[in-house]
Design a protein around this ligand. Structure first.
Ligand code: WQD
Length: 349
């Protein structure tokens, strides 16, 4: 049966790759995106990579004035479920503008819930984040580890997870009204589709390591600042669990398949990580190998809110979804570089 899936934030970095994977698996998608951190060119290129059922609605899930249009469009699309990625995601910005982060991230989710309820499509894969864990857990971090998000962005993800758990419990005993929800806790998504046609295109100065390295390699930035080389890690720089965005996208399709099965619980938290970490210095070295470009850098003070090391225990995804990350750090760098070198100014190129 062809699944019909709403993808909020589907024009964005993760969302565009999720759409390509869903379309490749035979689904049809309705993208709802306000393009605040995405480009309509990405929607066109999704269609180029995965011809199939794509509809696009440019609306803001967090804008009350758009609520009616969204509920009507979702009902008309007759969805089987949704992948919910739309939201604000810059940690530093969330510290400066917490109220906006709560209003947008939680408000968008509440509108989507209402639209799915009205369409009687109570299946959702939610884009959560390893940021909900904070820095108090031993590695590898499993889903039952303590959740202690250290910034407003991470706290919005935690609050939404809890809200979805309450929703799932409220309908658990109502036959035909039960929700099926997966909170996917992403570690560090990087890389791009191997075609080089879609990829990460952050607005302004990149907050994250890989897009910054890629922009140095392509000549858009002079040098990388490495935020601290005095962490208690193997080489002193921060260690993260980098996961190829195509592996991540495949995890969403696998989660939807799982939620459609009889054995699925009403709600479940699942890590999407590779289960091993790489340091900043190791990531820079890998990108140099892939791009054959120098990556000038300077060691700068630690960044507020950063933790030394985190990587996933990814066993639950393997057990429940039959999914695990397959691509290597060299695949991530090669694919990220192919995208960046072919699109030096991102989608504006
Ligand atoms: C990785 C490492 C930095 C930039 C964040 C969010 C998380 C998710 C992914 C949304 C750290 C170092 C970075 C730079 C550097 N986002 N670094 N120089 O902070 O692990 O996770 O992005 O879901 O929720 O918290 O990713 O790429 O910013 O940092 O040295 O210019 O690279 O100190 O050790 P992070 P990151």
């Amino acid at each position: 049966m062809t699944k019909r899936i709403i993808v909020t934030g589907g024009a964005g970095y993760i969302g565009s790759h999720v759409c390509v994977d869903l379309l490749g698996a035979g689904a049809s998608v309705l993208i709802i995106d306000n393009l605040s951190n995405a480009h309509e060119e990405a929607v066109r290129r999704i269609g180029e990579l995965a011809p199939g059922g794509i509809e696009f609605l440019r609306r803001d899930l967090a804008d009350p004035a758009h609520r009616r249009d969204i509920i009507d469009a979702v009902a008309a699309f007759r969805p089987d479920g949704a992948v919910h990625l739309a939201g604000l995601k810059a940690v530093g910005e969330s510290v400066a503008e917490p109220a906006r982060y709560y209003r947008v991230n939680i408000g968008a989710t509440l509108t989507l819930i209402d639209a799915l309820e009205a369409a009687q499509a109570r299946t959702m894969v939610f884009s959560s984040s390893a940021t909900v864990y904070g820095d108090a857990n031993p590695n590898p971090v499993g889903e039952d580890a303590a959740t202690a998000p250290a910034n407003p962005y991470g706290r919005t993800k935690y609050v939404i997870e809890e809200m979805l758990k309450d929703l799932a419990r409220s309908k658990a005993s109502e036959p035909g009204a039960a929700w099926r929800i997966a909170n996917l806790r992403y570690f560090n998504p990087v890389g791009a589709h191997p075609s080089g046609r879609i990829g990460e295109d952050p607005n302004g100065v990149p907050n994250n390591l890989f897009p910054f390295i890629a922009q140095v390699a392509v000549g858009r930035r002079d040098r990388l600042s490495i935020f601290g080389d005095d962490y208690p890690t193997r080489d002193g720089s921060g260690v993260r669990d980098y996961i190829h965005v195509c592996d991540l996208a495949r995890g969403h399709t696998a989660a939807l398949d799982y939620l459609g099965g009889a054995a699925a619980p009403h709600v479940v938290d699942i890590n999407l990580g590779a289960g091993r970490g790489y340091s900043v210095f190791e990531a820079v070295a890998a990108f140099k190998r892939a791009s054959n470009r120098d990556i000038p850098y300077m060691v700068a003070p630690r960044r507020d809110g950063d933790i030394a090391e985190i990587y996933a225990n990814a066993e639950r995804a393997q057990r429940l979804l039959g999914w695990r990350a397959e691509k290597t750090i060299d695949d991530m760098c090669a694919d990220h570089w192919r995208w960046q070198s072919a699109n030096p100014e991102g989608y504006r190129s």
